[in-house]
Design a protein around this ligand. Structure first.
Ligand code: GDP
Ligand code: MG
Length: 424
């Protein structure tokens, strides 16, 4: 079975949590895009972990984890993440972690440029995680980056880096007026953090394809939600890579037709970290209470997330993009238990017309939410382990969401721990 686990909304839907749960049935978990701008919180019998770069299968003893070619990897961050997990007793060796030799290295100057540009933009900033992701993907498409295999031959890497820096310093020194980046500093950084990963870097394309030929099952783990996709999301307030299920095989190096299914992770309400249009946003007391109830603070950055009710136009669009109509995991349903009336954004008002089509550009920026209120259940549901155990109103909420978005909810998550869920 080759499955992509992907986000339906703006990210932070609980993908890491669902990968940790569902990876039990898979031999391999592979990330295929993004960098350490992700923050996946996983809670299981081993403890609570926040993963930025490592696939969420890393917490299972028998799962092999792959960091795919489509990723951008800050090796300093990865080194610290590996050390922190091994310090907590998690086994990480070249046997259970394989890093694509073709994945892109995110350098310190990418991070620096990300910060410089957000500061230059001031109140027009994009709300970047400032981890260098946009600059490194831009350089990848400029074909001016180092890739993980360069760590295997650092002398050649140094020569490549000298050429790259000659170009990069045109921007850093002449553009932003900062000190030019020194070749020696970057080389030392590569040696310091790259040496550790030499045994982890391998040809993951052959590894994955051979494994699939041998009948192994693979789960692709997305890092952000559909609405953050570089092409189809809320551009330019998106991530800088393709987060969609269709890209999973590409980012990992597996033929697209081998993908059997997508599991869409969809939140029972909405959250959005950073800037950009967020039509269903709730403000004031209503928003504050939901943020607190859901613990909506960014795992990667600690930033308070913006929140709103379940957003029908956005979720329908996400389900469409992810091809996940027949397999949705609804997460954080328990968070809504405190509400007398549950807000649902059923439609957008665009140019005076109600629609459930997700717009873009000016229409999206100016869209107004059409809210409806659904009677709550006002009971703790975190111990429920079947649909039948849920209060009737919670059952109705699930059925109503299915109807509004024309999807099939297969899993329901009612808490952050691995076992806090049931299958429908
Ligand atoms: P990801 O980026 O999609 O992996 O999601 P995050 O980990 O950034 O955000 C989801 C947050 O909600 C994390 O803190 C999880 O521990 C938590 N979480 C996941 N599922 C549930 C759930 O069903 N109920 C509750 N209360 N928390 C959950
Ligand atoms: Mg997250």
């Amino acid at each position: 079975m080759i499955t992509a686990i992907v986000g339906i909304n703006w990210g932070d839907e609980g993908k890491g949590r669902m990968v940790d749960l569902l990876s039990e049935k898979y031999d391999i978990v592979s990330r295929y895009q993004g960098g350490n701008n992700a923050g996946h919180t996983v809670v299981n019998e081993k403890g609570k972990f926040i993963l930025n770069l490592l696939p969420s299968g890393i917490l299972r003893d028998t799962t092999v984890n792959v960091m795919g070619t489509g990723m951008v990897i800050d090796i300093e961050h990865l080194y610290n993440e590996v050390k922190s997990l091994t310090g907590a007793g998690i086994k990480i060796t070249p046997d259970n972690l394989k890093i694509s030799d073709r994945a892109t290295i995110c350098m310190p100057y990418h991070k620096q440029l990300d910060i410089l540009e957000e500061e230059r933009l001031a109140d027009k900033k994009f709300g970047s995680t400032r981890r260098g992701i946009a600059p490194v993907y831009a350089d990848k498409y400029y074909k001016k980056t180092l890739r993980m295999h360069d760590l295997l031959d650092l002398e050649t890497a140094k020569e490549k880096l000298a050429d790259i820096l000659e170009w990069k310093n045109l921007t850093i020194a002449n553009g932003y007026g900062k000190d030019p980046v020194k070749l020696e500093d970057m080389y030392n950084w590569l040696v310091k953090y790259g040496t550790f990963f030499k045994d982890y870097v391998c040809d993951t394309t052959y590894y994955l394809n051979n494994a699939i030929d041998e009948g192994k099952s693979v789960m692709f783990e997305a890092q952000l939600g559909a609405l953050r996709d570089i092409d189809f999301g809320i551009y330019p307030y998106t991530s800088s890579s393709t987060v969609l299920a269709a890209y999973a095989p590409i980012g990992a190096g597996v033929p697209g037709r081998k993908l059997d299914c997508s599991i869409g992770i969809m939140k029972a309400y909405s959250s959005c970290v950073g800037e950009g249009p967020f039509t269903c946003e709730l403000f004031g007391k209503e928003g504050d209470e939901l943020r607190e109830a859901g613990g909506e603070y960014g795992a990667a950055t600690g930033r308070p997330r913006r929140v709103g009710g379940f957003d029908v136009p956005a979720s329908k669009y996400g389900i469409l993009l992810q091809g996940a109509k027949d397999c949705i995991a609804l997460t954080k349903l328990d968070v809504l238990s405190y509400l007398d009336k549950i807000p649902i954004c059923t439609k957008y008002l665009v140019d005076g017309v109600e629609t459930d089509v997700f717009p873009q550009g000016k229409a999206l920026a100016e869209a107004k939410p059409v809210y409806e209120y659904f009677d709550g259940w006002k009971t703790d549901i975190s111990k429920c382990r079947s649909f039948e155990e849920l209060p009737v109103q919670a059952q109705k909420y699930i059925r109503y969401i299915e109807k509004l978005t024309d999807c099939k909810i297969k899993y329901v998550s009612v808490g952050a721990s691995r076992e806090d869920y049931f299958e429908m």
